[in-house]
Design a protein around this ligand. Structure first.
Ligand SMILES: NC(=O)c1ccc[n+]([C@@H]2O[C@H](COP(=O)([O-])OP(=O)(O)OC[C@H]3O[C@@H](n4cnc5c(N)ncnc54)[C@H](O)[C@@H]3O)[C@@H](O)[C@H]2O)c1
Length: 339
């Protein structure tokens, strides 16, 4: 039986990944600190569902607690670690930047040290399209420079990527960093646009539409994202032979078993079209409150997905109308008329 250690299993993406691995017969060890960034009841419900599967167990502790993390990984003896726990969210990083340093820098460093001690076959870590920051050339390609973070969130994720490279180089831990592009779907995060828009429209409240709707996001449906992660688990990067340059289509480091991979749909959607798709799924019209762009936001994201396709043969296919409909069905079930 294959064994995975997954951080952030009470979170949106970790929950979906753990479910997919369990369905495939993996033994999954979860780890989550149940932070109060958003509704802890939603996190507890996700863990409760996972715990119905005999192949799942979880430790409730923070990444910053190195002893707890080390003990949990030692007990799990995993073949792979997928590190998804983080202080996420672009906007909150303007309010509480230190939380990002603690979780994403200190916490991720602890995960790297633990992976090294455990000698895992592959460590995969969640970074973000936000690391492309002020870049204007679209689509965002992994080989583009990403040295212009616009928020502390992006800066801490970039730091995590850099630490991943040094650990891969010094200690030979194969590391893949994903750059996720705006993930959405059932069991999604209450702080993200889809959840906030659906809740507000259902309750007859106005929705804030930033940059007057002239925003484009490469929305990625969570099932597609999980499929991509699953396929990348079996693509651990290898250290290139001395003097042998990696192929030009890859982001493999010339000196370390390390690569960065975008996971996005590769099809940006205009925010106003996204709102219209939500209105269509709900059968209700939104009250629109047009606003200027927020500090730290970028007008557009667009993933180049060529590397993901080349490595895995997979390209995200789900269109936003289908994905939003699945979210709305879940949301109505979850709120059970409480909304
Ligand atoms: N959802 C997206 O659109 C998106 C986009 C880009 C990158 N990401 C990245 O993907 C990963 C998963 O995101 P998500 O949307 O599932 O977020 P989430 O907030 O739903 O899940 C993160 C989980 O990590 C836990 N956690 C946070 N800090 C912790 C700490 N210090 N110690 C232990 N546990 C801690 C939280 O309790 C939570 O359950 C994150 O690394 C995030 O930065 C997400």
């Amino acid at each position: 039986m294959r064994r995975a250690f997954v951080t952030g299993t009470a979170g949106f993406i970790g929950f979906h990944l753990a479910r997919a691995l369990l369905a495939e017969g993996w033994r999954v060890y979860g780890y989550d600190g149940m932070t109060e960034y958003y509704d802890v009841a939603l996190k507890r419900r996700r863990h409760a569902i996972l715990l119905q599967s005999p192949g799942f167990s979880a430790t409730e502790a923070m990444l910053e607690d190195q002893a707890a993390l080390q003990a949990a990984v030692a007990e799990a003896a995993p073949e792979v670690i997928v590190h998804l726990a983080a202080q996420a969210g672009v906007r909150y990083s303007l309010e509480a930047p230190r939380a990002y340093l603690d979780s994403n820098v200190t916490g991720s460093f602890n995960v790297l040290e633990t992976a090294r001690a455990a000698g895992v076959r592959h460590l995969l870590m969640a970074s973000t399209s936000s690391v492309y920051g002020g870049n204007e050339t679209m689509p965002f390609r992994e080989s583009d420079k990403a040295d212009l973070p616009l928020t502390i969130y992006a800066a801490t994720k970039k730091a995590m990527e850099a630490m991943g490279h040094s650990h891969a180089h010094l200690w030979g831990v194969p590391v893949t960093c994903f750059r996720f592009f705006t993930v959405y779907g059932p069991w999604g995060r209450p702080d993200l646009a889809l959840f906030r828009f659906v809740a507000a429209i259902e309750q007859g409240r106005p929705i804030d539409i930033y940059n007057h709707g002239q925003m484009w996001r490469d929305f990625t449906y969570v099932d597609d994202l999980v499929r991509a992660i699953r396929l990348l688990i079996d693509c651990p990067p290898a250290r290139p032979a001395p003097g042998a340059a990696p192929p030009d289509w890859d982001t493999l480091s010339p000196v370390a078993p390390f690569r960065v991979v975008n996971i996005g749909a590769g099809r940006p959607v205009r925010l106003l079209d996204f709102v219209e798709a939500i209105e269509g799924a709900l059968g209700r019209t939104a009250i629109r409150n047009y606003m200027d762009m927020q500090p730290g936001d970028v007008p557009a994201t667009h993933a180049d997905t060529a590397l993901l396709e080349r490595l895995t043969g997979f390209r995200p296919e789900t269109d936003v109308a289908t994905g939003i409909a699945a979210f709305v069905a879940w949301y109505r079930d979850w709120t059970g008329g409480r909304a």
